[in-house]
Design a protein around this ligand. Structure first.
Ligand SMILES: Nc1ncnc2c1ncn2[C@@H]1O[C@H](COP(=O)(O)OP(=O)(O)OP(=O)(O)O)[C@@H](O)[C@H]1O
Ligand SMILES: [Mg+2]
Length: 363
């Protein structure tokens, strides 16, 4: 009788050897070496373990589950396999650079070179999508002069004017906007240096992690190459930035400008999202490319960046934003909400990969 067979069941070593044949295609290492297998229990022919992903929004979740189950089942003597899928988001902690934000594991910024392309819409829906995937998420409105986030999450401008600014939980996301502090109708004028100290305070002086670490803090930036992205990059380590474009505004030149700026600031660019990419008829589902389409993908290709996805022009996206219940919350099963969920997975995966290779120095 061969070792590992019979009543005693397989050995732990045999199970681990089988699991070592499963690789993470992004991190290019096997799942045992990556520490993804925890609490392995082998008793007789029964095998149980936790499979710990680097993000709850992992696009490979079910694929991983299928592959590890299959690998273990093939070991002689195995009668049953019980895999508990779990996730533990690792902190992005580069060796040098700005001071991390306490209790915040990864900061992801949403930027664009032009105004009105849908950064805030993307930021708020992305944050809610990540939370729906099971992550702990914050959202910081870094637009200090024209904050839109209060409207988008359905909170009144200035409602924290008397109590002071603290993160407020909306749709499972901890939200901060200077708009909560400012009563409506009062214009704010910030001088350059004040933007810097404003951003610093928003990042470092608020109790972001009062109820436990945040896996992701999404930062909604104002458009262009203003003081805000600069200050942000100086004040905190940014895991990566996503650049939003629209088909009518996108030009290679525009996207390149934003990319160059972030490269200069040493902030990795995760890729490009094309917003208002096509029109999906709410009645018949037909797809119309109103402004032409594909510019975002082309720009990404030419710049050697990932194309993270295309979001349709959808009247429900605008309406839900205006009404304070973002589409991912209001219609989670709608096609456009599903697009946001998918983009959130891609960004979460990119964040894991970025952190991993920064730590190991490989890649
Ligand atoms: N996919 C979409 N479909 C329909 N309307 C959209 C879509 N994305 C954004 N909008 C609408 O376009 C307008 C601008 O969007 P948003 O405020 O998110 O842009 P922004 O880039 O943050 O703008 P700013 O540069 O002023 O900060 C809003 O009215 C929003 O509801
Ligand atoms: Mg905005």
């Amino acid at each position: 009788m061969e070792q590992g067979e019979g009543k005693q069941g397989p050995s732990e070593e045999a199970i681990l050897a089988a699991l070592r044949t499963v690789e993470d295609p992004d991190l290019r290492q096997d799942v045992v070496s990556l520490g993804m297998i925890r609490d392995l229990q082998v008793s007789g022919g029964k095998v149980a373990f936790r499979f710990v992903l680097t993000t709850p929004a992992c696009p490979m979740r079910s694929e991983f589950q299928r592959r590890v189950e299959e690998a273990v089942r093939a070991v002689p003597g195995v009668e049953s396999v019980e895999v508990k899928m779990d996730a533990d988001v690792r902190a992005h902690s580069p060796l040098s650079g700005p001071r991390p934000v306490e209790g915040v594991r990864n900061i992801i910024a949403v930027a664009s070179n032009k105004g009105g392309v849908g950064k805030s819409t993307v930021a708020v829906n992305l944050a809610i999508a990540l939370a729906k995937h099971g992550a702990r998420v914050g959202l910081l409105d870094a637009d200090l002069t024209g904050p839109n986030i209060p409207t988008m999450v359905g909170l009144e401008q200035g409602y924290q004017a008397d109590t002071g600014l603290v993160p407020v939980t909306c749709y499972g996301v901890k939200v901060v906007s200077i708009g909560f502090l400012l009563r409506p109708g009062l214009p704010v004028i910030w001088r350059g240096p004040l933007i810097g100290s404003g951003i610093r305070q928003l990042l470092h002086e608020l109790p972001w992690a009062a109820d436990g670490d945040l896996d992701y803090l999404i930062i909604d930036l104002p458009p262009g190459t203003s003081d805000a992205p600069l200050s942000m990059a100086q004040e905190a380590p940014i895991a990566g930035v996503v650049i939003v474009t629209t088909p009518q505004s996108v030009s290679l030149e525009d996207a390149a400008k934003a990319v160059t700026m972030f490269e200069k600031l040493d902030v990795p660019v995760f890729g490009i999202i094309e917003n208002m990419s096509y029109f999906l008829c709410p009645h018949c589902g037909e797809r119309t490319e109103v402004f032409g389409h594909g510019g975002g993908r082309e720009a990404a290709q030419k710049l050697g960046l990932d194309f993270l996805g295309e979001i349709p022009l959808d009247v429900q996206v605008r309406a839900s934003g205006d009404e304070g219940v973002p589409i991912v919350e209001r219609e989670p099963d709608s096609p456009v909400a599903q697009v946001f969920m998918l983009i959130a997975e891609r960004i979460a995966a990119r964040t894991s990969v970025q952190g991993f290779f920064e730590e190991t120095g490989a890649g």
